[in-house]
Ligand binder design. Structure first.
Ligand code: ADP
Ligand code: MG
Length: 218
């Protein structure tokens, strides 16, 4: 894939830097044995490996959902080891759906900004922008239960982007979708990424998916 941005020519501080990161779970099992990764601003990185190799563990440490046993994780030049997930400027998409069943598509998408005090006008603008970007125009007033799996995933991705984080973390987000829906979602995610220029760390066990989507594969 041809990269559309000039970011490779520019010298930039790593957006996400992992330095000698290790993880030992409370039961004594060592899942991560010292990892160094530098991810540049705006890159799309895939973390690939077989089931059980530690992909989710690593992503959850970046997100702040798992403690870091050794080493350091920094985001946008700031060490985040001790920061709560909400203070890290990240947003995460999981394999399952994280939608509010009692909110419409539009309200799910604008939930984060609404919590942070966005005005009605700002909320409408965000809802319009992200329903359009994830291909859900015309479905703004639907309930999650009225959507297919693929459409729910689109809401999920719109919700995460609407929070405007520095870094998006995705843990096998399309793992539960049928092959054709998955292909469309992959293309649409790429289009969204190219427009938004956000850093994405995408975990998958699917090498073809990684090759199709990413600038770099780890
Ligand atoms: P992946 O996402 O690549 O499939 P995980 O990061 O989920 O792998 O798991 C990596 C390893 O850590 C596996 O061997 C798994 O059994 C182990 N593991 C995951 N979570 C825990 C936990 N809470 N306690 C102990 N071991 C765990
Ligand atoms: Mg996993």
């Amino acid at each position: 894939r041809v990269s559309s941005s000039p970011r490779n020519e520019e010298l930039r501080m790593a957006e996400v830097a992992l330095t000698s990161v290790e993880k030992t779970y409370p039961n004594g099992f060592k899942a991560i044995h010292g990892i160094d990764i530098d991810i540049q601003d705006g890159e799309f990185i895939a973390l690939v490996g077989p089931s059980g190799c530690g992909k989710s563990t690593l992503l959850r440490m970046v997100a702040g959902l798992e403690s870091i046993s050794e080493g350091a994780v920094s985001i946008s030049g700031r060490e985040v080891n001790k920061l709560e997930p909400a203070d890290r400027d990240i947003a995460m998409v999981f394999q399952s759906y994280a939608l509010y069943p009692t909110m419409t598509v539009a309200k799910n998408i604008s939930y984060g900004p609404r919590l942070r005090g966005a005005s009605k006008a700002e909320q409408s603008e965000i809802e319009a922008k992200w329903t359009e970007m994830v291909g859900l125009r015309g479905f703004e007033d639907r309930w999650p239960r009225e959507l297919s799996g693929g459409m729910r995933k689109r809401v999920d991705i719109g919700r995460v982007y609407a929070n405007d984080p520095d870094v998006l973390l995705m843990d096998e987000p399309f793992g539960a979708l049928d092959a054709q829906t998955k292909e469309r979602m992959q293309s649409d995610l790429l289009t969204t990424w190219q427009k938004s220029k956000k850093t994405v760390v995408f975990v998958t066990h699917d090498i073809e998916e990684a090759i199709f989507l990413s600038d770099k594969i780890i």
